[in-house]
Design a protein around this ligand. Structure first.
Ligand code: NAD
Ligand code: MG
Length: 386
């Protein structure tokens, strides 16, 4: 029986994780969970999974959550201390890090320091502070399992191989909803258009990141840290069918890929049950039903965010943190209708241009760079005409 703490249980990854837990009550038990603002769903989850600890992001939501959970034997906490308490709960052996954005940084760091194994969905932690996180993972002797489908695919394709034999890591990308739209029409797309992802059902922020291809940029940085690979050995192939989830090319010319129906329950389950595999209910893959699997190079002019991510990692330690922060602010502004779609990349680029990269020696320094990026990006958004 593996005891789990799920950070971000009300999100897309959190809900899929709970489906796996429900399917395997003999294997997994939830001992702690956290949520942002969806108190109704969270209270239903608490009722169903009976964790010992449940924490909400805002202290102000604690009284309402207590009301919704009255009569239940659960410790209700709030604020960052509450999230940390859930991330470090004594009984938890593994923490599923599924909070979205840089907000996941501090609880995930606390979980590592408490020597919990990590199933990592929250890619922003590695994007902003990969060098510090990977050092902590080694120092505290914890295991880090990727949940992101591409990284799970790479992880599955390198098991049993020597890292020195890897030639390239090839991340696949669906290309998002605007893959075939002429670049000059991107200025007119709506929030609903951008949220209409062709293959994956995900949270709003990552869905917009997929439409701008910033998601793939974040994933290049995530792969850089997870697999200790220089970014010039990490390539991106557009693969609109999302059947090959990523590949590893070896120095002898052999390529190993992982395939499957696109459903996050598969990589989540593998992170939870590694090295064993468990039933997920994911639809079996029948390649004969596809008329073809296609691949092409990304268009960096049409999707500048991907190039910005490569530039950020080359610029120095604080730049990816600033880029990520600016992206979070720009995506929020787009979702609120304050800026247009193409302006997301413009906000990120302008914020990066205003930043002098420097080293980051601690999580506190990462949070300062994150704060600077947010403030700068907010000012830039305000000055934009939409
Ligand atoms: P989501 O928006 O659906 O859910 C996010 C969760 O985090 C929710 O439980 C929310 O309440 C909580 N949360 C949000 N802001 C918070 C804050 N400030 N403090 C505490 N909790 C907060 O997001 P998602 O799509 O599930 O993605 C979660 C993470 O997993 C992201 O980092 C994303 O990039 C990554 N990821 C998601 C998918 C996917 O299919 N959804 C795939 C790969 C990677
Ligand atoms: Mg992914």
């Amino acid at each position: 029986m593996k005891h789990l703490s799920i950070l971000g249980s009300t999100g897309s990854i959190g809900v899929s994780t709970l489906e796996i837990v429900t399917a395997h009550p003999d294997r997994f038990r939830v001992v702690a969970m956290t949520a942002g603002r969806n108190l109704e769903l969270f209270s239903r989850q608490i009722r169903q999974f009976a964790p010992r600890v449940a924490a909400v992001a805002s202290q102000a939501d604690v009284p309402r959550l207590k009301e919704l959970c009255s009569g239940l034997d659960v410790e209700i906490l709030g604020g960052i201390e509450g999230l940390i308490a859930a991330a470090t709960a004594d009984e938890a052996e593994m923490v599923v890090a599924a909070i979205v954005g840089a907000a996941g940084l501090v609880p995930t760091a606390a979980a590592i320091r408490a020597r919990k194994d990590i199933a990592l969905a929250n890619k922003e932690t590695l994007v902003t502070a990969g060098h510090l996180f990977m050092k902590m993972v080694a120092e505290y002797g914890v295991r880090l399992f990727p949940v992101d489908s591409e990284h799970s695919a790479v992880f599955q394709s390198i098991e049993g191989h020597r890292s020195e034999d890897i030639g390239r890591i090839i991340l696949t990308a669906s290309g998002g909803p605007f893959l075939n739209m002429p670049a000059d029409q991107l200025g007119r797309v709506t929030v609903a258009d951008a949220l209409n992802h062709p293959n994956w059902s995900m949270g709003r922020k990552i869905t917009i990141d997929s439409a701008t291809m910033m998601n793939k940029g974040l994933e290049v940085l995530e792969a850089r840290w997870l697999f200790d690979a220089p970014v010039d050995k990490i390539a991106v192939n557009i693969h609109p069918q999302s059947i090959i989830h990523s590949m590893v090319e070896y120095i002898d010319g052999c390529v190993i890929a992982q395939l499957g129906t696109p459903d996050m329950k598969a990589p989540i389950a593998y992170a939870l049950s590694h090295p064993e595999r468990v039933f997920t209910g994911v639809k079996p893959l029948d390649l004969t039903t596809f008329s073809g699997l296609t691949f092409l190079n990304p268009d960096l002019e049409k999707f500048p965010c991907l190039g910005l991510a490569y530039a950020a990692i080359k610029a120095g330690e604080s730049m990816p943190a600033v880029m990520n922060a600016a992206n979070e602010i720009a995506v929020e502004a787009f979702l609120d209708g304050r800026i247009g779609f193409v302006q997301i990349a413009q906000v990120v680029e302008a914020t990066m241009n205003a930043h002098d990269a420097h080293d980051l020696k601690s999580i506190e320094e990462v949070l300062l760079a994150d704060r600077w990026g947010r403030d700068t990006a907010r000012n830039i958004c305000q000055g934009m005409v939409h």
